[in-house]
Design a protein around this ligand. Structure first.
Ligand SMILES: Cc1cc2nc3c(=O)[nH]c(=O)nc-3n(C[C@H](O)[C@H](O)[C@H](O)COP(=O)(O)OP(=O)(O)OC[C@H]3O[C@@H](n4cnc5c(N)ncnc54)[C@H](O)[C@@H]3O)c2cc1C
Length: 420
């Protein structure tokens, strides 16, 4: 019998496996993929994430110090800082290297094996897998579910998943650049209503074009590619277009007897940008700490494993809440309002007060959001947008950037208001 089965060799699962195997526990990692880490993603991580979980130099495509934001009218705003704020990395290589380190530490990887069933009782836990149609069972004392967005395994493990269905879909393809570029973000109803689209360079000649949003895409991605061509940013066809989900809210309960859900499986993603690598790594690390304590104590009760949820809520629970209400507020805005907001928010003096400050962080959005909400000029502008923004503005006004430990993450969600 293994001590821990980790389902999913993404960032969350691999970091948990690495830590637990390093502590001498018997760990099995099961993933339905044969190529580790090959899941749709742009591969942008913030400077803090890169410090804490460093990518190999050779896996870094670009060091991002600036970005260009394109308003609905086509107006361009450049945001730049002196130091690197984010890294564009080869995400597949980054995730694979974590897995290789976990293997070196003794974790046993079973790739190409899909988990199709989970059984948990007070004697132990087991997953049923299929490999080339041959069923197998793996038993352990504890399961860590790192099986990614929309995973049906949570329900099988007894974790209710209500509240976890709110999501966006991300679409992305590889494109050829007409000229070298920094990261470009497009906003507006025509391109990506309630969200954004991007062009991120991975070299001087290639990049990733993508968009994220709720609801059906209705050919928007093709129109976005056409806009990029018209703007002279890309040329030729787009390769390997793919689409995958991004959760916007955490699951109601991320632990139960003998089980913890980490990363996207638990809905732990920044609701503002859809970035989830850092929280996947952090949650995997927290789950591994709690699993280690549980294994040492021989106690796999829900009560003991609840320390996991307390742990992630303490570290980034308020980020998730603040990010979520900010997204909801943004989703009410029409193009004219976005235009006015950008003009003020990215004006040189407001940038100096909010962005060009020492503690600006790409990894933690809540500080800048709350500062923006409290900024006189921005606040009166947003307030002037009328009643649709009011419920979100009032929620954000009362929030603080660091977390309250044992709280409900969300109060009853306000009804989405119609876009103005
Ligand atoms: C278009 C797009 C762009 C993104 N860009 C960024 C970005 O730039 N920066 C960022 O931080 N985040 C980004 N994200 C989000 C990021 O990719 C995820 O948050 C992150 O990969 C989550 O890691 P994870 O380990 O939780 O899950 P995943 O990386 O999804 O890994 C889950 C693993 O579980 C396996 N699995 C699933 N079900 C089973 C099963 N039944 N049996 C066995 N194995 C199973 C899968 O094969 C997969 O390998 C993006 C997402 C999308 C869709």
């Amino acid at each position: 019998m293994h001590d821990v089965i980790v389902v999913g060799a993404g960032p969350a699962g691999n970091i948990a496996a690495l830590q637990l195997a390093g502590q001498g526990h018997r760990v099995a990692v099961v993933d339905g993929r044969t190529e580790i880490g090959d899941k749709l993603c742009t591969g942008i991580i913030g400077a803090e994430c890169a410090r804490r979980f460093p990518p190999d130099e050779s896996d870094i495509y670009a060091y991002a110090r600036s970005a260009t934001v394109i308003a609905p009218s086509g107006a361009e705003y450049r945001v730049a800082r002196d130091e690197t704020q984010a890294y564009v990395i080869d995400r597949v290589a980054y995730v694979r290297r974590l897995a290789e380190r976990a293997m070196d530490a003794g974790a046993e990887y079973r790739l190409g094996q899909r988990v199709v069933g989970i059984e948990i009782d007070n004697r132990g836990a087991a997953v049923r897998t299929t490999f080339e149609d041959a069923p197998a069972t793996i038993s352990a004392r504890l399961i860590i579910l790192g099986s990614g967005f929309g995973s049906s395994l949570l329900a099988m493990a007894g974790l209710r998943s209500q509240g976890s269905r709110e999501h966006m879909a991300g679409t992305q393809a590889v494109v050829d650049l007409r000229r070298p570029t920094d990261t470009v973000v497009y906003l507006g109803e025509k391109v990506a209503p309630g969200s954004f689209a991007w062009l991120v360079p991975t070299s001087q000649t290639q990049g990733l074009a993508g968009m994220a949003g709720r609801g059906p895409q209705n050919g928007r991605f093709d129109k976005f590619l056409a806009t990029l061509r018209d703007d002279g940013r890309i040329c030729g066809p787009a390769y390997e277009p793919r689409r995958w989900g991004i959760p916007l809210k955490p699951v109601q309960k991320s632990y139960g007897p003998r089980v913890m859900a980490v990363g996207d499986a638990a809905g732990l993603v920044k609701p503002t940008s859809g970035g989830g690598i850092y929280y996947a790594l952090l949650s995997g690390e927290i789950a591994a700490n709690v699993a280690h304590d549980a294994l040492m104590a021989g106690d796999f009760s829900a009560k003991r494993l609840s320390h996991y949820e307390r742990g992630w809520k303490a570290i980034f629970g308020s980020e998730l809440r603040i990010g979520y209400y900010t997204r909801m507020l943004y989703e009410t805005l029409g193009d004219r309002q976005i235009e006015r907001l950008l003009k003020t928010f990215l004006s040189p003096h407001v940038q100096d007060e909010l962005i060009n400050v020492r503690d600006f962080s790409f990894d933690w959005h809540s500080k800048i959001i709350l500062r923006a909400i409290r900024h006189g000029e921005l606040r009166s502008l947003v307030t002037s947008f009328g009643p649709a923004v009011a419920p979100f503005l009032s929620r954000l006004t009362g929030m603080s950037p660091r977390a309250e430990n044992d709280i409900e993450l969300f109060d009853s969600p306000p009804k989405p208001a119609n876009r103005a």
